[in-house]
Design a protein around this ligand. Structure first.
Ligand SMILES: Cc1ncc(COP(=O)(O)O)c(C=O)c1O
Length: 380
């Protein structure tokens, strides 16, 4: 009767681990969301938006006022000019933006290169578009791009490449030298790029985020995808935006208007008001999350785990190989059950998992919870 279009897909690891954390009453450092409140002024703006009648459909590409604020922020933080009418589309979450970008640009027989470990929403979208995901592993030690391997993976069927910096789950980031290499490669082969930049403001130790929008050869060929959920600690509001040249934007919007049609109106109004009131807010995030990363990593110093401080995102990898040689999925489950700490095993983000021993922990949590989590981990 029914032939599954995604036979290999089950419930995501994030839902599974969060559910297990709840069952086991474990500290949930698995799924990536803050356990603290968003800025109070943003919550006030949301209440105002709802009470002032912002409760009906917004225009399909997003409220013009919000798109103007986004354009202002792109100029302020990245020195990038984007036309709010023809290049910026507000979407109900980065996930939907990524899905629409893939659907709009690839089809049957195309190949799309993704890097492993790879965020889990890319491949199902590629499959539903009729295309094939080609997995290129990041280097094992530093999770950086292996350019020779990438070049070797490009075929005449390659149509698109999906990048993600800062990178979930490893916390690695692409440098400006990487972006220059990437720009040359996509121009040489005529590829499109989907650039998942949802953690753009979460980069640490004085590093810079490099957006595809800042490199002319990439700007011409890319859809850059952002998430307000990550920047403003409102993951449950599921709102983001895509920035792409007009022709790509037009195609993306054709898909978006029949997937969701439009993002939620009062959320858009609230975000626009807050961005107008506090345009500098995103620049506070790096120091805020870096302090959390440092608190967590310092508290883990007495443990036997090997930890390289995350360069970006709100995730920290922990290498448990000095403690156990177990398979990461089993280690994550047993820690949730026995030690009451839920994490995400990194092998699930690979097509062919390497012999690695990493768990991903989210440090977007209150300091007390991070210290309690570290204390429990030190006892393992
Ligand atoms: C790398 C990456 N891309 C996209 C998303 C999805 O963002 P949104 O909640 O805005 O759909 C996430 C959320 O965890 C993510 O980590």
């Amino acid at each position: 009767m029914l032939r599954s279009k995604l036979p290999a897909v089950g419930t995501t690891i994030f839902s599974r681990m969060s559910q297990m954390a709840a069952q086991e009453q474990a500290l949930n450092l698995s799924q990536g969301f803050p356990d603290f409140d968003p800025p109070a002024a943003l919550l006030d703006a949301m209440a105002r938006a709802v009470n002032n009648g912002g409760n009906q459909y917004a225009p399909m590409p997003g409220l013009p006022y919000l798109r103007e604020q986004i354009a202002g922020q792109l100029l302020l933080h990245r020195g990038v000019n984007a036309d709010s009418d023809t290049e910026i589309t507000v979407v109900p979450g980065a996930t939907e933006g990524i899905f629409c970008a893939i659907m709009a640009a690839v089809g049957t027989g195309d190949e799309v290169i993704v890097f492993d470990p790879c965020y889990d929403s890319y491949e199902p979208a590629i499959q539903l578009a009729g295309a094939r995901a080609v997995h290129v592993p990041l280097s094992a030690a530093t999770f950086s791009v292996d350019w020779e391997r990438l070049e070797a993976a490009v075929t005449p069927r390659t149509r698109m490449l999906i990048i993600n910096s800062p990178h979930n789950p490893t916390g690695s980031i692409l440098t400006s030298a990487d972006m220059v290499q990437l720009e040359a490669l996509v121009e040489r082969h005529g590829l499109l790029v989907v650039s998942d930049e949802v953690y753009e403001h979460l980069v640490f130790d004085g590093r810079q985020h490099h957006s595809v929008l800042q490199y002319p050869g990439l700007r011409r060929r890319s859809v850059a995808v952002f998430s307000f959920g990550k920047t403003y600690a409102v993951t449950g509001w599921k709102t983001g935006y895509c920035v792409a040249p007009p022709a790509l934007t037009a195609e993306l919007r054709k898909i978006h208007q029949f997937v969701c049609f439009v993002a939620v109106t009062p959320v858009q109004q609230a975000l626009a008001d807050f961005m107008a009131e506090e345009p500098g807010y995103p620049t506070t995030l790096a120091a805020f999350y870096q302090a959390k990363r440092d608190l967590f990593c310092n508290a883990l110093k007495p443990s036997s785990f090997s930890i390289t401080a995350s360069a970006g995102t709100y995730f920290q990898l922990l290498d448990y190989s000095a403690v156990t040689r177990g398979i990461d999925v089993e280690v994550a489950e047993s820690w949730t059950r026995d030690n009451k700490i839920a994490s995400i095993p990194v092998s699930v983000f690979y097509q062919q998992p390497p012999d690695a021993t990493y768990l991903r922990l989210c440090f977007a949590k209150r300091d007390e919870l991070l210290l309690e989590a570290a204390d429990r981990l030190c006892k393992i």
